[in-house]
Ligand binder design. Structure first.
Ligand code: ARG
Length: 574
């Protein structure tokens, strides 16, 4: 149990004993200011309202019922009925000791693990993966890792775009190449542009491309095999990026759009049988009241075009059916650009109406904003085109290499390279993860590679600094023992922070906000730095020395585990 959960349980029990309705919540959160103690319970006001009683009087009764002397050194009523709690040093010390002995560092295992499908990265395979896919890939992977660590059964789905008319053009072009076709695809972007140019300028080629679309859809073996080869190559480009980024998606996580093709007519028939379809201008549509426009007319969700073709939404409906019906998922997460908000709303609504997702299944869209350049316009390369991800990651490592060289010119070359890789990739990922995903985000090399503030270099450096403590004194971290004593304010603050790790992970797991885990790690590193400035460690006498070393060790372990959940590696020195 996290500290917050423990307080919640005890104060809620006291609330009930004091006469509040059953199920009243203590609403425990972190204190907003240090002088208010460590935690604060805000639930008394709501309970008093229900009871039509005076909140401060109720708070007094709650305190009389509250059994918390072992945990808290002071409990006070403030303002209209807040309860402020300052935790006790001995209790914290004991808890930190247990955290250190626990592989999970105090992060609880979910009490009812769920089967969760998480849909992320999902590039369109017609083109090379670009910065537009970076956010979903990075944020999705951090959420997937955190869910897994919390004991959920996580099923990754890479819903790649591998179907549609563009592929007719691409595979017709590929099929017409002489010589090494594989080499042609080495640069997918150039390949796409070249195919596009022929398609736009040569009527005969455009006809051929359209013919290929028909053959592809009709299952023509030759066209299918060329398509297959194209898809394979494009996927291996993505995998190179995943490998370099340390993203956990594997080939067998791919559930491509085309995998749902055979099911699309089944979905249409089923919607029809359920009486959900209406024809409008020749297209098959679902009309749901919740999609009324300003004039009160319902905007339909189109599921089949008048020419019989299916749509993006049809595929997504089939995917919901598969994820819930076949896989048995209890929660579906979509890490998808905010611009697809309406699309997913429609898919979710139709899936509910058709019973593909019963109410017990959670359908959640975790939107994110656009990545912008420093000019606050959509991110472009210096010459104006889309930035290739491989180039971007290379630049990150090169810039980090220069930095490492400045900071630590004496390290061996190979080690400097390795540090630069970890810092460079980590910076790109952390910069994205550390901001609230729902807003647009400005990509800035200078900010992400800064050693000050809430950045990857700062955290990685803090980690290496703790590790250097053990290295310098030749101390075996795993052999640390002895009682933990928290006499100094900075020690206590650090202990309270350490014990909040589980709470930080929990927000990622429940709401998909990795930025809150980033904030937490930043605050932890900061609490450590303050502790380190005011409390001598190696020079302290026993038992304080061992106690402080254990606090340092817990800090390093927590930073490493936290970064790992975000998909970021660490280095032992930098
Ligand atoms: N491939 C789509 C795109 O690039 C994103 C897919 C998102 N996932 C989904 N189930 N619709 O826009």
């Amino acid at each position: 149990m996290t500290v917050k959960e423990e307080l919640e349980e005890r104060i809620s029990a006291a609330l009930e004993k004091a006469g509040a309705p059953a199920g009243s919540s203590a609403l425990v959160g972190l204190s907003t200011r240090p002088e208010f103690g460590d935690y604060q319970a805000n639930g008394v006001m709501a309970a008093a309202k229900k009871l039509k009683s005076n909140p401060r009087e109720l708070a007094t009764k709650v305190l009389a019922e509250l059994d918390i002397a072992d945990m808290a050194e002071s409990v006070e009523i403030a303002g209209p009925g807040f309860i402020n709690i300052a935790l006790k040093g001995e209790w914290l010390a004991e808890k930190v000791g247990r955290m250190l002995a626990d592989q999970r560092l105090g992060v609880p295992v979910a009490s009812s693990p769920q089967k969760i499908v998480i849909d992320y990265s999902h590039p369109n395979l017609a083109k090379e993966m670009h910065v537009g896919h970076l956010r979903s890939t990075i944020i999705g992977d951090a959420i997937a890792r955190s869910l897994e660590f919390s004991g959920h059964d996580v099923i990754r789905h890479n819903h790649v775009g591998d179907w549609g008319t563009q592929f007719g053009m691409l595979i017709a072009y590929l099929d017409q190449q002489e010589g090494d076709k594989h080499a042609e695809l080495a640069d997918l972007e150039t390949f796409y542009q070249a195919a596009r140019k022929r398609f736009d300028n040569e009527e005969a080629f455009a006809d051929l491309a359209r013919d290929y679309v028909v053959k592809l859809q009709g299952g023509d073996p030759h066209v299918r095999s060329v398509w297959q080869r194209f898809i394979e190559t494009s996927l291996s480009h993505c995998e190179e990026i995943y490998g370099r980024l340390g993203v956990t998606l594997k080939r067998n996580d791919v559930r491509a759009e085309s995998d749902y093709n055979d099911d699309l007519p089944v979905v249409i028939d089923d919607l029809k049988a359920q009486g959900l379809l209406e024809e409008s201008k020749g297209a098959q549509c679902v009309f749901l009241d919740e999609f009324k426009n300003k004039d009160g007319e319902i905007v339909p969700v189109i599921v089949q075009k008048s020419d019989g073709g299916y749509l993006y939404a049809t595929t997504d409906l089939s995917a919901v059916r598969y994820r819930v019906g076949e896989i048995g998922a209890e929660r579906l997460l979509y890490i998808v650009d905010a611009r697809q908000n309406l699309h997913l709303k429609q898919v979710f609504a139709v899936a509910r109406a058709a019973g593909y997702a019963p109410d017990s299944v959670l359908l959640e869209h975790y939107p994110f904003g656009t990545m912008l350049g420093e000019d606050h316009k959509p991110f472009k390369s210096r010459v104006g085109g889309l930035v290739k991800l491989m180039d971007l990651l290379q630049e990150a490592e090169d810039r980090a290499y220069a930095l490492v060289g400045e900071k630590n010119p004496d390290l061996p070359e190979a080690e400097r390279r390795e540090i630069a890789r970890v810092v460079g990739i980590g910076s790109v990922k952390y910069a994205d993860l550390s901001l609230n995903r729902t807003t647009d985000y400005v990509f800035s090399w200078d900010n992400m590679l800064s050693f000050d503030g809430n950045t990857a270099p700062y955290l990685l450096y803090s980690y290496a600094r703790v590790k250097s403590l053990f290295r310098r004194a030749e101390i075996d971290e795993s052999a640390l023992a002895g009682e933990i004593v928290l006499d100094e304010k900075a020690e206590k603050t650090l202990a309270v922070k350490l014990l909040q790790f589980g709470e930080a992970v929990d927000v990622v797991v429940r709401e998909g906000y990795p930025n809150l885990l980033c904030n937490y790690l930043y605050e932890l590193a900061d609490a450590f730095m303050k502790f380190y400035e005011s409390c001598p460690v190696l020079r302290a006498d026993e038992p304080v020395r061992s106690s402080r070393l254990q606090l340092a060790s817990a800090t390093a372990l927590t930073i490493r585990q936290g970064l790992d959940l975000l998909g970021i590696e660490t280095v032992e020195r930098m």
